[in-house]
Design a protein. Structure first.
Ligand SMILES: Cc1cc2nc3c(=O)[nH]c(=O)nc-3n(C[C@H](O)[C@H](O)[C@H](O)COP(=O)(O)OP(=O)(O)OC[C@H]3O[C@@H](n4cnc5c(N)ncnc54)[C@H](O)[C@@H]3O)c2cc1C
Length: 454
C-alpha cells in the first residue's frame, strides 16, 4: 500500500529533513508540516553569532523560508499550527491554528520532530530580562533587548557549550559576564587539562566563573526585572540580564499522551529506523534518545548534526523506503573566544562510570610547525585497558584544533585499538601540521602506557 499523507510535527532540523527526504522519495506523497512557530529550517547553531552581532540579520540564519518548501518542494508547511493531541487509533493529529482555531488532520504516517525545551525551573525565570536561547524567536527577543537596553552586567546560568558561546558573544558586545555553574565542571566531562585551559581562556577575557554554586532565585522588585541572583548563602550577584543555559529536556508531552514509549533517558525511544513503538509513527532529533556506539547504551545527546541525519532516516522510512541510523559517538565541537575544543566518545570518568577499566593520557603537541606559527594543541585519549580500544578523545587549542577530533570520531566508529590508531596515515605539510601529528604522538604514548600496564 502506498502512503498517502505524511504529517510532520516540528519544522526545524529533523522535521524539514524528514519532509524533504520523503518528498525526494515519493513525488506524489502529500506532506504537511505543522510548526507552531513562525519560522522553519533555520540554523539554531548560529544563534550565538547573531547575538554577538557577527551575523547581522536573523534572516541570514534561515536556510529556506516556508515559501521555498511550498513552491519548490510541494511541501505544505503550516506556520503557527501547534499540534496539541495525537489520536493513533484514528490516525489523527489535532492542532490549534494561531493558538485558537482547532483543526484535525488525518495521517497515514507521522513524524514527531518536536525538539527539546530549555529547563526553566528557577524562581524568577519569568522576569522580563530573563532569556533562554533555544530558537530563533528567543534570539530575536534577546538581541532586541541588547540593542535597545544596552545592559552592562549579564549572568549566565549554566556553563555548557551554549552558555559559553553566549558568554563569548556578550563579552564581544562589551557586557560584563558572570557564569554560574552548579557543578564543579565547565562543559560536562572535559579532561582536567582541557578544562583548565578553557577556564584560563574565559578568565583572560574578563568573564567571571562561579563554579560549584547553585543559583536559588532570580531576584528583583515584584513583577519587575531581575536585578540580582541569590544563592541561598546570603551572597548575591548583580545583573541587568540573565540567560538560562541550564540544558535541554526532550519535548515529549504529545508523544506520552498518545501512548508513545519513552526510553531510559526520558526521551522518545526509537529503533534504528527511527520508528516509535506505535506503527507508522516515527520520531527524530532533540525529542529522541539514541544509541551511543561506544557503550551501546541509549543516551540523550541533542545536536543539530544528529537531528538532520535522523530526520532524513525518519523521512525515508515514513516515505516508504528503508534507511537506518547507526547511532552516535558523542562528537561535539565548540569555540569559546580563541579556544577551539573538540570531544568525542567518553571521558575517563564517564568510561569508568560505564563500567570500563579505562585509562587515559594527555599530551601537548603543536598545531603546525613553529615557522608556520604552530600553537599548543592538547590531546587527551581514553582507552579500555582490557583490549586497548579507543573509547574517547578530546582536543583543544587556539589553532585548527576542533575539527581534528573528526579523525578520532572515525576511529571510534571503526572501534579502533591503540595499535591501529598509531599507524594511521594522516596528512602532513608545514602549513597544516607537524610531521608527528599530535593525535599520533598521543596514540604512541597511550600505546606504551597500555602495554606497560596491562
Ligand atoms: C544556541 C544553540 C547553539 C547550538 N549549536 C549547535 C552546534 O554548534 N552544533 C550542533 O550540532 N548543534 C547545535 N545546537 C543544537 C541544534 O540546534 C539542535 O540539536 C537542533 O536544532 C535540533 O533540531 P530538531 O529539529 O530536533 O528540534 P528543534 O530545532 O528544537 O525544532 C523543533 C521544532 O518543533 C516545533 N514544535 C514543538 N512542539 C510542537 C508542536 N506541538 N506543534 C508544532 N510544532 C512544534 C518547535 O516550535 C520547533 O520549531 C545548538 C542549539 C542552540 C539552541
Amino acid at each position: 500500500m502506498s502512503t498517502r499523507r505524511l504529517v510532520v510535527i516540528g519544522g526545524v532540523a529533523a522535521g524539514m529533513s524528514a519532509a524533504s527526504r520523503a518528498r525526494r522519495l515519493d513525488p506524489d506523497l502529500e506532506i504537511i508540516v505543522l510548526e507552531r512557530g513562525t519560522n522553519v529550517s533555520y540554523g539554531a547553531c548560529g544563534l550565538p553569532y547573531f547575538i554577538s552581532g557577527r551575523i547581522a540579520h536573523a534572516d541570514d540564519l534561515i536556510a529556506h523560508p516556508a515559501s521555498f518548501f511550498r513552491e519548490k518542494r510541494n511541501i505544505d508547511v503550516r506556520l503557527e499550527h501547534e499540534a496539541i493531541k495525537i489520536e493513533p487509533e484514528r490516525s489523527a493529529v489535532h492542532a490549534l491554528v494561531k493558538r485558537s482555531q482547532p483543526l484535525a488532520i488525518q495521517y497515514d504516517r507521522l513524524v514527531l520532530a518536536t525538539g527539546g525545551a530549555p529547563h526553566m525551573s528557577l524562581p524568577g525565570s519569568d522576569r522580563p530580562n530573563v532569556f533562554t536561547l533555544n530558537d530563533l524567536d528567543h534570539a530575536v527577543h534577546l538581541r532586541d533587548f541588547l540593542d535597545r537596553q544596552h545592559p552592562r552586567k549579564a549572568v549566565i546560568i549554566g556553563s555548557g557549550y551554549i552558555g559559553l558561546e553566549v558568554a563569548d558573544a556578550f563579552a564581544r558586545r562589551g557586557i560584563e559576564v558572570t557564569i554560574i555553574e552548579r557543578s564543579g565542571e565547565v562543559i560536562d566531562g572535559l579532561e582536567s587539562e582541557i578544562a583548565d585551559k578553557l577556564e584560563t581562556t574565559v578568565a583572560s577575557h574578563g568573564v567571571k566563573l562561579h563554579k560549584g554554586r547553585a543559583a536559588c532565585t532570580i531576584a528583583g522588585p515584584s513583577n519587575g526585572p531581575a536585578t540580582h541572583i541569590e544563592y541561598g548563602s546570603g551572597e548575591t550577584t548583580p545583573c541587568d540580564l540573565v540567560l538560562l543555559a541550564t540544558g535541554l529536556q526532550p519535548r515529549t508531552e504529545l508523544a506520552t499522551a498518545a501512548g508513545i514509549a519513552l526510553g531510559h533517558t526520558g526521551a522518545i525511544a526509537v529503533d534504528d529506523r527511527m520508528q516509535t513503538n506505535l506503527p507508522g509513527i516515527y520520531a527524530a532529533g532533540d525529542c529522541v534518545e539514541t544509541r551511543h556506539l561506544v557503550t551501546g547504551a541509549p543516551v540523550y545527546f541533542p545536536l543539530g548534526t544528529t537531528a538532520n541525519k535522523q530526520g532524513r532516516v525518519a523521512g525515508e522510512n515514513a516515505g516508504g523506503g528503508h534507511a537506518t541510523f547507526a547511532g552516535i559517538v558523542g562528537t561535539l565541537v565548540t569555540k569559546v573566544f580563541e579556544l577551539e575544543i573538540g570531544r568525542t566518545g567518553l571521558s575517563l570518568a564517564s568510561a569508568r562510570a560505564a563500567g570500563l577499566d579505562a585509562d587515559a593520557l594527555t599530551i601537548t603537541g603543536s598545531s603546525r610547525v613553529n615557522y608556520f606559527d604552530g600553537k599548543p594543541l592538547i590531546v587527551s585519549l581514553v582507552w579500555d585497558r582490557a583490549d586497548g580500544r579507543l573509547v574517547g578523545c578530546q582536543i583543544a587549542g587556539e589553532d585548527a584544533a576542533a575539527k581534528r577530533i573528526d579523525t578520532a570520531a572515525v576511529a571510534l566508529h571503526a572501534r579502533m585499538r591503540l595499535p591501529d590508531l598509531l599507524h594511521l596515515d594522516l596528512g602532513y605539510a608545514p602549513p597544516f601540521a607537524t610531521v608527528w601529528e599530535p593525535l599520533l604522538i598521543a596514540a604512541h604514548e597511550a600505546h606504551k602506557k597500555w602495554k606497560h600496564n596491562r
